[in-house]
Design a binder for this molecule. Structure first.
Ligand code: MV4
Length: 505
């Protein structure tokens, strides 16, 4: 039985995992770097251990140090969160060698799905549709050219060790095939230490739709429906929602069954995600499997009504899934906005630094998974995510209206944030209609990047500045008169108030 969990992560996800542990009566152990001495996950945990200097390579990626800390603290399990060591097969193996429960799948599932060619092959064998393309790495350039004749241009060249958009290349002209192939190989070698690349037919204007799955150690596998993740910028998700505006009950049924088949093919245990590309005609293709808890897991939790971290821990304890596929129902609609410390007006440059003031939204239908407090300094070393703002509504319109209200209430000063950009997305007709694919941001950049439109909040801030300016101007005019005449200790402010010069916004 798991009694104490070391969370090998930081920021909002470390806090998120510890919250479920606390509800389950499980003790928590935080680890932290130099830059994270004052971070919220350190305060929240029952115990905290310093594991190294600020760069991730010296702290959150230091396998030996983390294992040694788990031993020292007497933790019987490690939760890796997302990023860092969460999809590192060596780390999962080291945990099992040390008889520490890794809260996640086996090292074998991680390495099989981490290699995109192996993943593709397993899916083909399991009858899960994959994007037309090669089954093996490209060894013979001539064979590659013949294959391209078959599937037709455009194509994508992808690194087998890549994923999430890393090591990808689009080829639209036959004359570029060989040079792109060679360049992709050498890039893959230097980036991943592995030059294996493969070819896929390019799917135009796809949707990125993923299925959450849960699998126990007894062979039970279920899916918890989909998340629509097509609102992306440079392979970074910006907004996720569930249900997807384009997924029909019939499509959900088929994709869900294939997601379960995919998890089975990976011998999967724990919480995982099957990513699909979906084209204009609603054809879908397996893309990748993520062998971890994802950033956007809360929207699934809300419409399905379960705690995915608790499920992960129960599964790691060897318990059986306590729900069957027929128990899974979606209720209402949920949307997540990722709030980053970045500057939308300056090419989304990270904007770390001191958070001078923060007021977070609250009220019905709002969840915030965050960790930033007033006076906290967002470090330069890690992902500048401030929080995830999640809303729920009885339907999509209500979830959007609530998100607009929440973004309006959200106030942060000291650092630049993506809040105004997210407000614009919530007011973009294509998004409101639910008519968008992975090209949404590019397609709507005129609306999203315009320099002369303001949100309600921005108007109010401008009005407030104008009002204060007007007030102080008037004050300066009145002050000398009043001060000359008062002589009885009344302040100029009181005198001004008596003149009923009230600010109206
Ligand atoms: C593709 C594709 C079109 N055709 N593969 C990008 C992230 C990585 N997971 C795979 N990606 C893509 N693979 C084929 N055969 C288009 C993308 C893609 C994309 C996918 C999901 C979400 C956003 C995207 C943005 C650009 C390209």
């Amino acid at each position: 039985m798991i009694n104490k969990v070391l969370v090998a992560n930081r920021g909002e996800i470390a806090v998120r995992v510890m919250r479920s542990c606390r509800e389950m009566g499980i003790k928590t152990v935080a680890v932290f770097s130099d830059a994270d001495r004052t971070s919220f996950h350190v305060r929240y945990a029952d115990e905290a251990y310093h594991i190294g200097s600020s760069p991730s390579s010296e702290s959150y990626l230091n396998i030996n140090r983390i294992i040694e800390t788990a031993r020292r603290a007497g933790a019987d399990a490690i939760h890796p969160g997302y990023g860092f060591l969460s999809e590192n097969a060596d780390f999962a193996r080291r945990c099992s060698e040390e008889k520490i429960v890794f809260i996640g799948p086996s090292e074998h599932s991680i390495s099989a799905m981490g290699d995109k060619l192996t993943a593709r092959e397993k899916m083909m064998d399991a009858g899960v549709p994959v994007v037309p393309g090669t089954k093996e790495g490209i060894k013979d350039e001539k064979a590659a050219l013949t294959l391209i004749k078959d599937i037709g241009l455009p194509i994508m060249i992808k690194a087998s060790a890549g994923g999430g958009g890393k090591g990808m290349r689009l080829v639209t002209d036959e004359r570029d095939v060989l040079s792109s192939l060679r360049a992709a190989k050498s890039e893959a070698l230097s980036a991943f230490g592995n030059d294996s690349v493969y070819i896929e037919k390019y799917v135009e204007s796809p949707h990125h739709i993923e299925f959450q799955i849960l699998a126990d150690q007894h062979g039970n596998v279920i899916h918890l429906c989909e998340r629509e993740c097509s609102v992306q910028r440079r392979h970074q998700k910006v907004i996720e929602e569930t249900p997807s505006p384009i997924v029909t009950a019939e499509l959900r049924e088929r994709m869900g069954q294939d997601a379960v088949a995919a998890a089975r093919a990976a011998n999967y245990v724990g919480a995982g995600t099957i990513e699909f590309l979906v084209d204009k005609n609603r054809n879908y293709y397996f893309l990748e499997m993520n062998t971890r808890l994802q950033v956007e897991h809360p929207i699934t939790e809300w419409v399905i009504g379960i705690d995915l971290v608790k499920e992960q821990i129960r599964i790691a304890n060897g318990e059986r899934l306590n729900l069957q596929q027929s128990d899974v129902r979606q209720t209402g609609h949920s949307i997540e906005c990722r709030i980053y410390a970045e500057d939308p007006e300056n090419n989304f440059m990270p904007s770390p630094g001191l958070v001078k003031h923060i007021t977070q939204p609250s009220g019905l239908g709002i969840r915030i998974d965050g960790y930033v407090y007033e006076g906290y300094e967002i470090p330069i070393y890690y992902d500048p995510l401030i929080s995830k703002l999640i809303t729920w509504g009885i339907n999509r319109d209500e979830a959007i209206a609530r998100m607009r209200r929440a973004l309006y209430e959200y106030r942060i000063t000291g650092v630049q944030t993506s809040i105004s950009f997210l407000e614009r997305i919530m007011n973009t007709p294509d998004f409101i209609r639910g008519e968008y694919d992975t090209h949404f941001i590019e397609k709507n950049k005129e609306i999203l990047m315009s320099k002369d439109t303001y949100s309600l909040k921005e108007f109010e801030d401008i009005a407030l500045i104008a009002a204060i300016f007007d007030y102080t101007q008037k004050l300066q005019k009145i002050q000398p008169l009043e001060l000359v005449n008062n002589g009885n200790g009344n302040s100029a402010w009181k005198a001004y108030g008596r003149k009923k010069a009230v600010i109206r916004i």
